[in-house]
Write a protein that binds this ligand. Structure first.
Ligand code: OSB
Ligand code: MG
Length: 374
């Protein structure tokens, strides 16, 4: 496959309502989309970086910089035989996994289309209906949160995850647990606590949580191993895990019992496949995390979630929970059983609404080797 063109677009999309986590609140998303053209076929990827460096070090603007100045220039005109060769071609750029993932995933879409198979099958996925959970932002009051949980359960979602931070945790979880004693319930702190909070975090063991996601520092696997030996609740690592080596380190140190895989955080489908395989070999369940993606990122998440290691419901939910209009068609829909039926058409399985994407675009950049091709 010869990489002929790389088109970057930044689009603006407003979430239906603000989403609050321990590191901030977002409503207006600035999303970088990557379109790669190879062998005359267009594939799409999404950069899942946030607007601020509150979740990890990347942002919409750092991704734009790294893609336009460092990644696109070395990839344009290159011929590769497989999408899985891309990470080696980008390894001279340290970090910036989300920027890399946007390009790599677009090429996986191209490759699946050229092979005439759905992306999930091309990745080696076997699950045809994936299990869905939801992630609920921090609310003003426990009552407001309980009401929201009730609505999501009524829609069929199989697992509820509550965002927490100090002083917005115990009472909120207690209220939800009291109302719904038997649901699969998790919490996600996005690094809001420290080892000084061990006894407080132990108190959350009372709620029979499925997991506690990334309670401690975004870059400290060792601290999580100290916490895991002191709490009963399974720790799930998110922010700390950028590649399969990190996952194996965390497993060896007993820093977690579950891992959240996000395509952007681990730099794309190639690494995600390796990671879920390694976790499965160690008996560690994984699930697909979300980053408030548009339909393109969502479609990639769905394809990844079909791999055999994904044994817990992911944060992959319906388009309409976040967007009044998504940029793909059909929109992602969730069944009354809280599942998504994986599309069977070649490539991503959803069509990109080009005119709508154009309307949302605020900047673009095109890298092409047309000038040197005579
Ligand atoms: O930690 O999983 C997270 C959103 C933004 C940044 C980090 C996280 C999240 C979510 C949202 O939990 C999941 C979703 O897209 O539904
Ligand atoms: Mg998380």
């Amino acid at each position: 496959m010869k990489i002929e063109r790389i088109l970057l677009r930044e689009i603006r999309m407003r979430l239906k309502s603000p989403f609050e986590t321990s590191f901030g609140t977002v409503q207006d998303r600035r999303i970088v989309l990557v379109e790669v053209v190879a062998e005359g076929v267009s594939g799409w990827g999404e950069v899942t970086a946030g607007e601020t460096p509150g979740y990890n070090a990347e942002t919409t603007d750092t991704a734009w910089h790294v893609l336009t100045d460092f990644l696109a220039p070395v990839l344009i005109g290159k011929s590769i035989s497989k999408a899985s060769e891309l990470p080696a071609l980008m390894s001279h750029v340290r970090g910036h996994e989300m920027a890399k993932s946007g390009i790599e995933n677009a090429l996986w879409d191209v490759e699946a289309q050229l092979s005439g198979v759905p992306l999930y099958q091309h990745l080696g996925g076997t699950i045809e209906e994936i299990a869905c959970g939801v992630s609920l932002g921090i609310r003003e009051t426990p009552e407001a949160l309980v009401k929201r949980v009730e609505e999501e359960l009524a829609s069929g979602y199989q697992r509820i995850k509550l965002k927490i931070k100090p002083a917005k945790d115990y009472k909120f979880i207690a209220a939800v647990r009291k109302e719904f004693p038997r649901i699969l319930l998790s919490v996600d702190a996005n690094s809001a606590y420290s080892l000084d909070d061990v006894s407080h975090l132990q108190s959350l063991d009372a709620f029979n949580l499925l997991m506690m996601e990334q309670p401690l520092s975004w870059d400290d696997i060792h601290a999580h191993s100290k916490l895991q030996e002191q709490i009963k609740t399974a720790i799930c690592l998110d922010e700390c895990i950028h590649n399969t080596r990190h996952a194996l380190t965390a497993i060896e140190l007993k820093a977690c019992r579950i891992i959240n895989i996000k395509l952007g955080r681990v730099s794309g489908h190639t690494e995600a496949r390796l990671m879920q395989d390694a976790c499965r070999a160690h008996g560690v369940p994984v699930w697909c995390g979300g980053m408030l993606e548009s339909g393109i990122g969502r479609a990639h998440n769905i394809a990844m979630s079909t791999l055999p290691g994904f044994s817990l419901p992911g944060d992959v939910s319906a388009s309409q929970r976040y967007w009044s209009e998504d940029i793909i068609e059909p929109a992602v829909e969730v069944t009354a059983r809280g599942t998504i039926q994986v599309p069977k058409t070649p490539g991503l399985g959803y069509a990109v609404k080009r005119e709508f994407v154009e309307k949302l675009t605020v900047r673009r950049n095109v890298s092409s080797n047309a000038r040197v091709a005579t």
